[in-house]
Write a protein that binds this ligand. Structure first.
Ligand SMILES: [Ca+2]
Ligand SMILES: [Ca+2]
Ligand SMILES: [Ca+2]
Length: 129
């Protein structure tokens, strides 16, 4: 059959599995909700030139590409970064994370449940896949 070439490149991680994995990784205390603290902690370790946290968090595209480890291509990582960089200044900082959180927290109760997170990831972050 001529279909064999379709298997030549690795299949992308199923989106549902991927979003579940990201949620699980962000949910440090495993209570099935993501708090603002957890999202800050998650991205804090991406800030490679500031690992002691002595400065305000500022993650550039290069740091994001190294940190985001969910099987996405470089182009996809760039898209994710741009979607999260709400003030379009080329860095992810506290204001961007606050905006991400506020956008995702549809019922404004201060935490993200899986439904809110899943919907945000599909409509904003992975809206191009
Ligand atoms: Ca949690
Ligand atoms: Ca920004
Ligand atoms: Ca919520």
């Amino acid at each position: 059959t001529t279909c064999i070439n379709h298997h030549a490149h690795p299949l992308p991680l199923n989106l549902e599995v991927k979003i579940g994995q990201i949620f699980h990784d962000m949910d440090t205390d495993k209570n099935f909700f993501i708090s603002t603290t957890e999202i800050s902690l998650f991205f804090g370790v991406y800030d490679l030139d500031n690992l002691d946290g002595s400065k305000a968090v500022s993650i550039d595209l290069n740091e994001f590409k190294q940190g985001w480890d969910y099987g996405d291509s470089d182009a996809q990582k760039e898209h994710i970064f741009q979607q999260m960089d709400s003030n379009k200044n080329g860095a992810l900082t506290e204001i961007d994370l606050i905006t991400v959180f506020a956008t995702a927290d549809k019922n404004t109760n201060g935490v993200l449940d899986f439904g809110e997170f899943d919907s945000y990831m599909r409509t904003v972050i992975y809206n191009n896949v």
